[in-house]
Ligand binder design. Structure first.
Ligand code: GLN
Length: 539
C-alpha cells in the first residue's frame, strides 16, 4: 500500500496531551496489523530541544542516534514499542537551517528561495523520508502548538500542499479541549468550533476531533460538533481525563477509532489485538501495594506550579518497573536545597523505600543531593543514580569513604583539588568555543558489564547499549583509590576507557549509571535496572 499520512493538530490550547493522543492513534493502528511510525514537529526556532531549560520545555529525550528531541518522541517510543530516530523530529530552526544550507549549496538552481513553497516543501520531504526509512504504512505527524498560532502556520501549509498532491493518503485529526466551566456546569463546544474554523481557513478540514475534557463527550455535544465542524457525529471521539495514559489507546479502540480511520482509507484491520495492553490494565487495576520512591531533582517549579514533565521518562520507567513487580510506585519530589539549609531534614529519607537522583546540570542543589546519596549509602536504602546521579555518587564515595579532600565535579568547581568527575577531553574545546548545541556525548554507546555486578545480573547479558547525554565523566586517575575502597566499576566502555556504571556491592542496591536507562523503558518491557531497583525497594 502507499504511505498514509495522519496529521495531528491541536485546538484551543496546548498541554492537553496531543503527544499521547498521537502515540495512541499510532498504537491503535499498529494493533490492527499495520506498520506505524510517528514524527514530531516543533514550531520553535531552537534546532533541537537540547538548548532549552527543562522547566521551559520539559524533558530532553535522547534518541539512539543521538538527537536531543522533544519528550513526545519518548511517548511514541513507549507506546509503539519501537525506537524512533532523528529523521522523525524537526523544528522550525532545523527546517530553515537546511533550506538555507541548500540555498548556499546552489541546490535551488538559481531560483528565488521563498518561505512558501520552499519551507513547506522541505517539511514534506522530511516527512516522506522518515516514512520511507521506517517503511511505515501509517506515519502520524504531530504538529506542535495550537491552530491559530503564528508559529505553526508553515506546517499547516505543508499539510495542505501534501493533501493536494495525494488527497487519498492524507488525513488530519484535531485534538481539542472542551472546557466545563464550574459556574456553567456544562461542556462547551464553542472554543473547538472556533479552532476548527481557524483550521478550515488554512484549507484543512479535520476528519476526526478527539475531544479532550474532564468528562466523556455526550450525544448532544457530538451532534453540535458534527453540525459546526463538518464531521460525522461519530467522528467526535471521547478523550476524557484518565488516571493512566496507557489506557488511552484502549479508550480509542473501544470507540472504534482505528477501524474508522482504516475505513476512511478503504483499508480493513489485519488483526485485532490490543490484548497485551488490556491485560496490563486488568493487572494494574488490581494492584494495591504501594512503594514510596523519592526523586531528588531540581526542575520542578514554574511559578506556583510543579512540573513533573522534566523527568517524564524517569517517572514512566519507575511505573513500568513497579507494575512488573506488582506494586504501585508512589513518587515524591525531594527538594535537596532544603537539606543544605536544614541538614536535619535529611532524616525524612528513612521513610522512603528507594531514592533516585536523575540527570541534571549545574551546581544548584548539588550538595543536598550528595547528602541524600550519603544517607542512602549509610542506611542501606536502594539508590539509583542516573547520569548526574552517578557522578554525584562518585563524589560522595570519594569524599566520605575514600576520604579524599576537596573533591568535586569540574562542572561545579573547576578549581577543586580533586576533580573525580572531570570534563571529557573532547568536550573541553567545545565548551571553550561555546560550541554547545548538540555537542554533548549523545546517543547509544556499548557498555561491557562486570560479571559479578548487580547490573549484569539485571540485564542477564554482558554487552549492553544505552543512551547518553553528558560532558563530564569519571576521572580515571581515581580508579585505583576508589576500587580499593570497595567501589565496583560495574560497566565500562568496550575499550575500558570510560566508566559507565558504578556499584557498591555490599549494599542492598546502589547503582549509578553514566547513561540514561530511563529512555529505553517500555510499559511491557521495563528496564532491567529500574526493575531490580524497585525489587530491592520492596524488600
Ligand atoms: N551535568 C553532567 C554532565 O554533563 C550530567 C549530565 C546529565 O545528568 N545528563 O556530564
Amino acid at each position: 500500500m502507499t504511505h498514509k499520512f495522519i496529521f495531528v493538530v491541536g485546538g484551543v490550547m496546548s498541554g492537553v496531551g496531543k503527544g499521547v493522543a498521537s502515540a495512541s492513534i499510532g498504537k491503535v493502528l499498529q494493533s490492527k496489523g499495520y506498520k506505524v511510525t510517528a514524527i514530531k514537529i516543533d514550531p520553535y526556532i531552537n534546532v533541537d530541544a537540547g538548548t532549552m531549560n527543562p522547566t521551559e520545555h520539559g524533558e530532553v529525550f535522547v534518541t539512539d542516534d543521538g538527537d536531543e528531541t522533544d519528550q513526545d518522541i519518548g511517548n511514541y517510543e513507549r507506546f509503539l514499542d519501537q525506537d524512533i530516530n532523528s529523521p522523525n523530529y524537526m523544528t522550525t530552526g532545523r527546517v530553515y537551517l537546511s533550506v538555507i544550507q541548500r540555498e548556499r549549496n546552489l541546490e535551488y538552481d538559481g531560483k528565488c528561495v521563498e518561505v512558501v513553497p520552499h519551507v513547506p516543501e522541505e517539511v514534506i520531504n522530511r516527512i516522506k523520508k522518515a516514512a520511507d526509512l521506517a517503511g511505515a504504512d501509517f506515519t502520524i505527524i504531530e504538529v506542535g502548538g495550537t491552530v491559530g498560532e503564528y508559529q505553526n502556520i508553515l506546517f499547516l501549509e505543508a499539510i495542505r500542499i501534501l493533501r493536494t498532491e495525494i488527497p487519498d493518503d492524507v488525513m488530519t485529526i484535531m485534538v481539542s479541549y472542551l472546557p466545563i466551566p464550574s459556574k456553567v456546569g456544562e461542556m462547551k463546544t464553542k472554543p473547538t468550533q472556533n479552532a476548527v474554523r481557524t483550521l478550515n481557513s488554512t484549507g484543512i478540514f479535520p476528519s476526526f476531533i478527539l475531544c479532550r475534557s474532564a468528562m466523556p463527550i455526550d450525544e448532544i455535544r457530538r451532534k453540535k460538533l458534527a453540525t459546526f465542524c463538518n464531521i460525522p457525529k461519530d467522528n467526535a471521539i471521547s478523550a476524557p481525563d484518565v488516571d493512566n495514559i496507557y489506557k488511552i489507546p484502549i479508550n480509542f479502540d473501544n470507540q472504534g477509532l482505528g477501524d474508522k480511520i482504516l475505513q476512511s482509507f478503504n483499508l480493513s484491520p489485519q488483526q485485532k489485538d490490543l490484548q497485551d495492553w488490556r491485560n496490563l490494565f486488568n493487572k494494574i487495576e488490581k494492584l494495591d501495594k504501594k512503594v514510596k520512591i523519592g526523586i531528588a531533582g531540581k526542575y520542578f517549579a514554574t511559578g506556583d506550579f510543579t512540573l513533573a514533565d522534566s523527568y517524564i521518562s524517569v517517572i514512566e520507567a519507575i511505573k513500568h518497573a513497579g507494575w512488573a513487580n506488582n506494586v504501585l510506585p508512589e513518587l515524591i519530589w525531594l527538594n535537596t536545597e532544603e537539606y543544605e539549609q536544614n541538614p536535619g531534614k535529611i532524616e525524612e529519607l528513612n521513610k522512603f523505600s528507594g531514592i533516585i537522583v536523575p540527570g541534571g546540570f549545574g551546581s544548584r542543589g548539588v550538595e543536598g543531593k550528595i547528602m541524600a546519596i550519603q544517607y542512602c549509602r549509610e542506611n542501606n536504602i536502594p539508590y539509583l543514580g542516573l547520569c548526574y546521579g552517578m557522578q554525584l555518587a562518585t563524589i560522595e564515595f570519594a569524599r566520605n569513604v575514600v576520604g579524599i579532600e576537596d573533591v568535586n565535579s569540574e562542572e561545579v568547581n573547576p578549581n577543586c583539588k580533586n576533580p573525580v568527575i572531570h570534563i571529557m577531553p573532547d568536550q573541553k574545546k567545545k565548551v571553550a568555543d561555546k560550541d554547545m548545541g548538540g555537542t554533548m556525548r549523545l546517543g547509544a554507546y556499548p557498555c561491557v558489564l562486570n560479571e559479578t555486578s548487580k547490573s549484569f545480573e539485571a540485564y542477564g547479558q554482558k554487552e549492553i547499549s544505552e543512551r547518553h547525554r553528558h560532558r563530564y565523566e569519571f576521572n580515571n586517575d581515581y580508579r585505583q583509590q576508589m576500587t580499593e575502597k570497595g567501589l565496583l566499576l560495574a560497566g565500562l566502555s568496550p575499550d575500558e576507557n570510560l566508566v559507565e556504571i558504578i556499584e557498591i556491592p555490599d549494599h542492598k542496591f546502589f547503582v549509578g549509571t553514566q547513561f540514561h536507562p530511563e529512555f529505553k523503558s517500555r510499559p511491557l518491557k521495563p528496564h532491567p535496572l529500574f526493575r531490580e531497583f524497585i525489587k530491592a525497594a520492596i524488600n
